[in-house]
Design a protein around this ligand. Structure first.
Ligand SMILES: Cc1cc2nc3c(=O)[nH]c(=O)nc-3n(C[C@H](O)[C@H](O)[C@H](O)COP(=O)(O)O)c2cc1C
Length: 220
């Protein structure tokens, strides 16, 4: 399976089985986290066998069950923390999908468990990503159309494929509040106003890069 296939097969999963993440899968998942931290300067942490974060009323209200493992997105406050966590977090999500794992981004319906995390004074926990073996593989979300999020209509194939991959991305409440505009041979990606829309922007930019086959220097 390649990255694009993983993007197509990924859906948010909120119910997990008891199967632990272990062996080769665990070491590869940890490597994805380590590589993301090295590239970004973030302090992302893989938390295993910690059921308390998803054991609250709020988590059940959010329809989560069996979540014992999660990826905590932590980094220095300010700057572009939200977008950076989106970009590198989704990098891990798609890597996890390739390892046969399921995931769900979670901004709201979890509890911060202090003793499970290492957060320095100048850092903050932005949100988490539940990870594990899902009860099922989830289902495709309703999506906006190309014309609603991208211009021009008549664009090169690589741009259209980038946008199509972005439309498959997870966004908070499936809001898809982003736009892609082709400007010469560069692309302007923008977040519209909305909850977590800066994190969403980082996520969809990663998808766009995979779909279009372009490097991060494609961005204006
Ligand atoms: C930044 C972000 C925050 C999210 N927060 C939550 C959340 O708090 N609770 C929840 O159940 N789902 C959450 N989600 C999952 C979205 O609801 C989901 O990605 C969206 O409905 C699209 O569905 P899909 O991921 O299956 O494609 C979040 C997703 C993103 C990207």
């Amino acid at each position: 399976m390649n990255l694009l296939k993983a993007i197509e097969q990924r859906h948010s999963v909120r119910a997990y089985t008891d199967r632990p993440i272990e062996g080769e899968t665990l070491s590869r998942l940890q490597k994805l986290v380590d590589n993301a931290n090295k590239a970004s300067g973030l302090h992302i942490q893989l938390v295993l066998n910690e059921p308390k974060a998803f054991d609250s009323k709020m988590a059940h209200y959010g329809k989560f069950s069996g979540v014992k493992n999660y990826i905590a997105l932590i980094g220095k406050r300010g700057g572009d923390l939200d977008e950076k966590c989106g970009y590198y977090g989704e990098n891990i999500v798609i890597g996890a999908q390739l390892l046969g794992l399921n995931t769900c981004w979670v901004a709201l319906t979890y509890k911060k468990i202090d003793e499970a995390l290492q957060i320095e004074k100048d850092e903050k926990l932005l949100m988490v990503i539940a990870v594990g073996y899902g009860v099922d593989n989830g289902k495709a979300h309703a999506s906006k159309f190309y014309d609603e999020v991208a211009s021009p209509k008549d664009a090169p194939r690589w741009f259209k494929e980038g946008v199509e991959a972005a439309l498959l991305a997870p966004t908070a409440m499936n809001q898809q509040k982003f736009t892609f505009t082709l400007k010469g041979d560069k692309v302007l990606a923008k977040a519209k106003f909305g909850a977590c829309s800066k994190t969403d922007l980082g996520i969809v930019k990663y998808h766009f890069e995979v779909g279009s086959g372009k490097d991060p220097d494609i961005w204006i």
